[in-house]
Design a protein. Structure first.
Length: 359
């Protein structure tokens, strides 16, 4: 909810004054109402099991079925931080390509967490410690002396969450596992990851803006979104869509294997577009209208969101920071370094490597 001032002739000072009196408390109330009864404890890395692209993948040579597809009817009910009764997987859509519901849920929950921290610490500089993920991580958020609208608070929550998701893809690429001894290098920067991650931050935002119970609102938003994006009718259609790019985007090999993924989506910032498979049109009776997502960049008054926080990471040795930045002294990275790291990864992968289209 925002105070609308378009029909009034007001000075900038009056606008700021009204925002300070009304807009900021409203967003705190929105977040509190949404998360009422939910234990919002700190966390900082992906919560739900990673869904690698593809399905029926053997693991360590055993005939396990790694890789999960699903349908809108089988999602169960959202649980903050994940839990019993919640089911995840990948669904193919007309306007959004492959959507990883687990990634959507993770990033929605992180966005809600950070928005809660921001809305209750306005006009303060705060430090949040998160779980170790390929290095010690600290998030510094600079709010003192800042005039933030309700929308700004949610945008900032989105941007912090998305940057952590980018780091997750980076550390995954370098083979740093979430759970030893299985690393997830085979799923780093897979075609659906970044789009699903960013979409999740929007789902969290839209759920909070509904001003109803967060978990129920996430269920509603995800179902509405899948209809808007034009989901396929069955889980089998998602599997068939994956089969159509077998040998082009992925291989059915025993995991973990660097030969599994054949296509990497490393478009990390700016406007993020979904990838559509070459045989896309055969699945839908209605025209495709690509659904682009914008990585939040600025507050409503034009302040770069990246200037309001710093994610400080001291990476473990598996992340070749000194090699990437061609220095013997660099021991820490921040989110402002992520773009350079992704560029280095792109050169190693020789991307683009596929005829995938987002148009």
């Amino acid at each position: 909810m925002q105070v609308r001032l378009e029909n009034f002739r007001t000075t900038k000072a009056v606008v700021i004054f009204i925002a300070a009196l009304f807009s900021i408390p409203v967003v705190a109330q929105q977040v509190d109402k949404s998360l009422d009864g939910i234990e919002v404890k700190p966390f900082g890395r992906m919560i739900r099991p990673c869904c690698v692209f593809g399905y029926d993948l053997p693991v360590f040579g055993f005939p396990a079925k790694m890789g999960y597809t699903t349908s809108s009817e089988r999602l169960g009910h959202h649980k903050f931080y994940g839990g019993e009764g919640e089911y995840n997987g990948i669904i193919y859509t007309r306007d959004g390509g492959f959507i990883d519901i687990g990634h959507v849920r993770d990033n929605a929950d992180m966005m809600a967490y950070f928005s809660s921290q921001i809305s209750h610490n306005l006009d303060k500089d705060i430090v949040l410690k998160t779980k170790h993920e390929a290095g010690k991580r600290v998030i510094e958020i600079s709010l003192k002396g800042r005039e933030l609208s309700s929308t700004d608070i949610l945008l900032l929550g989105q941007r912090i969450t998305y940057e952590l998701a980018v780091w997750h893809e980076i550390r995954t690429y370098f083979g740093v596992p979430t759970h030893y001894p299985i690393h997830e290098i085979q799923s780093a920067f897979s075609p659906e990851d970044l789009y699903s991650n960013l979409l999740g931050t929007y789902v969290g935002r839209w759920a909070i803006e509904k001003e109803s119970h967060y978990e129920t609102a996430v269920d509603t938003v995800i179902q509405q979104l899948l209809v808007k994006l034009g989901k396929v009718n069955t889980e089998q259609e998602t599997k068939t869509a994956m089969d159509d790019v077998l040998g082009v985007w992925w291989n059915r090999v025993s995991l973990p294997s660097k030969k599994f993924l054949l296509a990497w989506n490393t478009k990390t910032y700016g406007e993020i577009l979904p990838w559509l498979i070459p045989t896309h049109a055969k699945y839908f009776n209605t025209p495709t209208h690509i659904y682009p997502l914008q990585v939040p960049e600025l507050t409503e008054s034009g302040v770069p969101l990246n200037d309001l926080f710093t994610i400080r990471i001291k990476p473990i040795s598996k992340i070749p920071v000194k090699k990437i930045f061609n220095t013997k002294t660099k021991k820490e990275v921040t989110q402002k370094d992520f773009s350079a790291i992704v560029t280095w990864i792109e050169k190693e992968l020789h991307v683009p490597v596929t005829g995938a289209t987002s148009k």
